[in-house]
Ligand binder design. Structure first.
Ligand SMILES: [Ca+2]
Ligand SMILES: [Ca+2]
Length: 296
């Protein structure tokens, strides 16, 4: 027989277990309701085109010329999505990714042409690798859309983020060569953010490598980041790939990147994302030499 204290303990445990189970069910229901509400909101965003499109300039560092713009789409803030990142994380978990990507691509290109006064710069479009694999996407629909807007394929660079893993490299190489034959170019985005970089770079042979902002932030003070960037620069030279350093915010970062001979730059120091399509500018800077870690 259990003592009174022991059976009291068991009874408490049972009650606790029951309560945790109830809590679990309650949380699960709450999450399901939230997911449903967010899905509805996503559909509303697509229907009403409730996204703001911003264009951030990409500059040639040796001349200061703006060679192109990255299109960035952000949903109008609601309490269902507190920031852009949570919004995109959510989209990635739904079966709406494809629909949403096509919507974003169309709206980015359309707004670019509406707001862009000159005619010859590049437009960088973020795209999920799987979208490029879809047959309807490369069967001429893209070309048709572009010709309707007066954009040439050679002006378009698809930014493939490393975060959405490419699994079938052979198939992907084939698809990309189709795109290239039409004039499109490829950039691998967020390189150095820790997602499978080397394999992606070697197999996909992108025309551009976009160095992730985590590699650029405080690069003037961090030896490991400097080493990684130097490795990628060496690789790029051998494979005739051009490098775009992202997230340049401080003059010291800009100076270091320029000193290393990086081709292009993007970041708040050169031009913020704006609704209008506006060229960036390389600020005048003078950095006392002693502030640098020696280049390695
Ligand atoms: Ca990007
Ligand atoms: Ca990026």
């Amino acid at each position: 027989m259990y003592s009174h204290a022991t059976s009291q303990l068991f009874s408490n445990l049972k009650t606790n277990h029951f309560y945790s189970y109830l809590m679990y069910l309650n949380n699960r229901r709450k999450n399901e309701v939230l997911h449903y509400k967010r899905l509805k909101e996503l559909q509303k965003i697509i229907e009403n085109q409730a996204l703001d499109t911003f264009f951030q300039p990409i500059l040639k560092l040796s001349s200061g010329e703006t060679i192109g713009y990255e299109a960035l789409n952000r949903p109008t803030a609601t309490n269902l999505f507190t920031n852009t990142e949570s919004f995109y994380d959510f989209v990635g978990q739904t079966n709406q990714v494809f629909l949403f990507e096509c919507f974003c691509r169309n709206i980015s290109l359309k707004r670019f042409m509406e707001r862009y006064k000159e005619r010859n710069s590049l437009i960088f479009i973020n795209i999920h690798p799987n979208v490029l694999l879809d047959s309807t996407y490369h069967s001429g629909e893209t070309l048709q859309l572009l010709s309707g807007l007066g954009i040439e394929p050679k002006q378009v660079v698809f930014e493939l983020t490393e975060k959405s893993a490419v699994t079938d490299f052979k198939l992907f190489e084939k698809v990309l060569s189709n795109y290239r034959a039409q004039g499109f170019r490829i950039a691998i985005d967020d390189v150095g953010s820790g997602y499978n970089s080397l394999k992606t770079l070697v197999y996909l042979k992108p025309e551009f490598i976009k160095l992730d902002k985590s590699l650029i932030q405080n690069i003037d003070q961090n030896k490991e980041q400097q080493q990684l960037v130097k490795l990628i620069i060496d690789y790029a030279k051998q494979s005739s790939t051009e490098i775009i350093a992202e997230g340049i915010e401080r003059m010291e970062e800009l100076a270091f990147i320029c000193e290393q001979g990086v081709d292009y730059g993007q970041g708040f120091a050169l031009g913020k994302p704006k609704e209008e399509v506006k060229p960036g500018r390389i600020p005048q800077y003078s950095i006392p030499h002693h502030e640098f870690s020696p280049a390695i």
